[in-house]
Write a protein of this length. Sequence first.
Length: 180
Amino acid sequence: MGDPVLHAPADHVDDITDDIRGLVADMFETMDKAPGVGLAAPQVGVSLRIYTYSYQDDDGAPWRGVVINPVLWMTPPAPGDPDPDEESEGCLSFPGERFPLRRSDRVLVTGVGIEGEPVRIEVDGWRARIMQHEFDHLDGILYVDRLGDSDWKTAQKIARKRGWGRPGESWLPGRDDLEG
Ligand code: ZN
């Protein structure tokens, strides 16, 4: 949090080059090592519209992939306050914390994959939350920006205390002892 790349809209990917394929491979590795359920390119300092995701239900098959230049549609979120037990999320760019946030329960994401093939993801529940969270990163939005007043203030206090909120602060999964 605080690095400008995380707080500005990312750029459209024009061509899927070897560099892009290498970046995506690195992103999968970083996401798995963190570990996280998603990772957007701005989180590794690259202002491009790419994110990876990886999630497994208790009983389900692994669900993972990458989306380049995603477009997101969603149903309106239910009214009311989020349930802290069921609707809290975290972020590798605001590590070690979780806050409740109401999200839309159902989304459709379209875009392209690593071979330029069309991608279409229609999901609900926790998978829909991951899609919204990662998509937000491509628009320069952190989930803490969306919190209710009191949680937002708490998040700002935490960021100040830890010296976040300025450029150049980073952590490396596998080397730095952090969780997120
Ligand atoms: Zn995040």
